[in-house]
Ligand binder design. Structure first.
Ligand code: PMP
Length: 359
């Protein structure tokens, strides 16, 4: 069987080694006589898996001891509501609006209190991240929320906002584990798993301990971070198989030199693609230099029909899911950790061929 090069923004490509190991262990995990999918989450075999997964997260991301790593469900979208439910205590929070998902998070926060838009790049069609000097921080916000990597527009924060004593909350769904990051600069980081962590169905929350346990009375049990923190993410049944795959992915990352290794690998892939786009006569990258994502590379020809032709010819050659998000059109190559260099080299070679035939 020939595997395609899958440039999907998520669910996305997983490392081949991980898929093979999961396949080998699918029917029987170790000598347990059962699949991980069939295991009680209270069994000692499964407890070992979830504990190891958390330990690996801590090791790989160098997470300080005063942070909890929580495994939840509900996607990153549930966090749009859980963050204000748990952290908007005085009723005010700051939001930088840099794309569709931060816009959704901002809209959700308004249901809980005063959400203040402190910066936006909507007028530039989200092609850039506003400079920090443009951030009009409220002095009395409960937290500041940013979407660190904008999956749809292909932009990423080139800086970590300086929020002083006000906790910084970041949606890192599409850039977590792609490079080293100083977790101590954040109060809370959340990410849906289906891009760089593992399969859909798992959401990871990394939260500073002092932010836990402040949710107002009446908060539903499953919407309170405390429930997860006090029960090692096993108050109820966690997404057991997704956590197991996440553990395999983290082991794979460790074997590749950890986040420093991932960063080198990801920088090389992104540079290849952006260098070509910047020199191309046919394609161009709408994301501004200095705000560009290393994970989601967006590009257009400027002609919708030609974009369609590109997407369809690319698909026939085995480069799938290269169509841009339905809200923006054009193309997008998501090149998460598991996308091999070879996939990007072959894509660029195909883009050159397409350019020669269509320019
Ligand atoms: N935030 C970002 C940055 C995303 O890319 C996505 C999904 N593509 C979401 C939030 C929403 O995630 P979910 O589908 O897990 O709710």
């Amino acid at each position: 069987m020939a595997r395609v090069y899958n440039f999907s923004a998520g669910p996305a490509v997983l490392p081949e080694e991980v898929l093979k190991q999961a396949a080998a262990e699918l029917y029987e995990y170790g000598t347990t006589g059962q699949s991980v999918m069939e295991m009680s989450h209270r069994s000692k075999e499964y407890e070992a898996i979830i504990h190891e997964c958390e330990a690996l997260f801590r090791a790989v991301m160098s997470i300080p001891d005063n942070y909890k790593v929580l495994f939840l469900q509900g996607g990153a979208s549930l966090q749009f509501g859980m963050v204000p439910q748990n952290l908007m205590l005085s009723g005010k929070a700051d939001y930088a609006v840099t794309g569709q998902f931060s816009k959704k998070a901002y809209a959700e926060a308004k249901k809980f209190g005063t959400a203040v838009q402190i910066a936006s790049s909507a007028e530039q069609n989200f092609s850039r991240i506003p400079a920090e000097s443009e951030f009009a921080y409220s002095k009395d916000a409960d937290y500041v929320h940013v979407c660190f990597n904008n999956t749809i527009y292909g932009t990423k924060f080139p800086f970590i906002p300086n929020t002083g004593d006000i906790p910084l909350v970041a949606d890192m769904s599409s850039c977590i584990l792609s490079e080293p990051i100083d977790v101590s600069r954040f109060g809370l980081i959340y990410a849906g798993a289906q891009k760089n962590i593992g399969p859909a169905g798992l959401t990871v929350v990394i939260i500073r301990e002092d932010l836990i346990g402040k949710a107002p009375e009446g908060t539903p049990t499953m919407l309170d971070y405390k429930t997860y923190a006090e029960n090692e993410s096993m108050y109820n049944t966690p997404p057991t198989y997704a956590i197991y795959i996440c553990k395999l992915v983290l082991e794979w990352i460790q074997g590749k030199g950890g986040l420093a290794g991932m960063q080198k690998h990801n920088q090389a892939k992104a540079a290849l693609l952006y260098d070509f786009l910047d020199s191309s006569k046919l394609f161009k990258a709408p994301a501004e230099k200095g705000s560009r994502s290393m994970m989601n590379v967006t590009f257009v020809t400027g002609d919708e029909e030609l974009d369609k032709k590109f997407v369809s010819e690319a698909k026939a050659k085995g480069f799938i899911n290269i169509k841009g998000h339905r809200s923006v059109g054009g193309m997008r190559a998501s090149i998460y950790n598991a996308m091999p260099m070879e996939g990007v080299e072959k894509l660029v070679a195909f883009m050159k061929e397409f350019e020669a035939a269509n320019a």
